[in-house]
Design a protein around this ligand. Structure first.
Ligand code: ADP
Ligand code: 5GP
Length: 213
């Protein structure tokens, strides 16, 4: 096992703000990044694929995963359960692979607490609430009632931005992924994340270097 651990990048922000679009853009310019596929009880949508978009579960199956300790964090969002699977995250990070997550604010803060040295949290804000509403409407995925639910949830979520490490505005589909990549590249170069480089030079490894699991 490498002594260099993977970096967990957690993306949160209101539904419709552009998290999925941002992550696709990042994966296009960062071939070292792995996406953590979550489990959910939400119904599969047209265009989604089992095991790629989500692992689609019944509520009973989801509760069993929690009971068996296979879920690192979970949250309820607009009536459905969503959770990060241990199998998507733990071994990759232990083996030095970088992983990106698209999860709720509560989930982001739980991952930060569980992996304080290995994770960074990034909040993606829409340019304005009006833009957010236009984007949700524009993708024609939600009913009018679901749109209202998601906007109400958005107002609550935005208040948590102060707890995050970084904030990004999803203004440009091409520029926002580049800004995110800049954050991730800088984090990868932190002295404490590169104990192998220091060891090769015969230098002391800082006390706050992430420890091997
Ligand atoms: P989320 O994953 O946060 O729910 P999506 O990535 O599905 O959001 O984006 C919601 C809608 O907004 C989509 O129709 C997408 O094409 C559009 N969108 C995403 N990012 C931008 C952007 N930077 N500028 C304009 N439209 C965007
Ligand atoms: P959607 O239904 O639009 O795919 O996702 C709804 C919300 O669930 C989004 O805010 C998304 O970030 C969040 N979500 C997706 N997977 C997870 C997860 O594993 N854990 C948590 N806490 N939230 C998730």
């Amino acid at each position: 096992m490498s002594s260099e651990r993977g970096l967990i990048t957690v993306i949160s922000g209101p539904s419709g703000t552009g998290k999925g679009t941002l992550i696709s853009g990042l994966m296009g310019i960062d071939s070292d990044m792995h996406y953590s596929v979550s489990a959910t009880t939400r119904e599969i949508r047209r265009g989604e694929t089992e095991g790629v978009s989500y692992y689609f579960k019944t509520r009973r199956e989801f509760e069993k995963l929690i009971k068996n300790g296979e879920v690192l964090e979970w949250d309820e969002f607009c009536g459905n359960l969503y959770g990060t699977l241990k199998s998507e995250l733990q071994s990759r990070v232990d083996n030095g692979s970088d992983v990106i997550l698209d999860i709720t604010v509560k989930g982001a803060l739980a991952i930060k607490e569980a992996f304080p040295d290995d994770s960074i949290t990034v909040f993606l804000l829409p340019p304005s609430i009006k833009d957010l509403e236009d984007r949700i409407r524009g993708r024609k995925r939600e009913t009018e009632e679901q749109l209202r639910d998601r906007l109400a949830e958005a107002e609550k979520e935005i208040a948590w931005v102060k707890k995050f490490d970084y904030v990004l505005i999803s203004d440009s589909i091409t520029e926002a992924p580049k800004r995110l990549k800049g954050i991730i590249d800088a984090e990868r170069q932190r002295v404490r994340r590169n104990p192998d480089i220091l060891k090769r030079m015969g230098l002391e490894v800082p006390d706050n270097a992430p420890k091997d699991a």
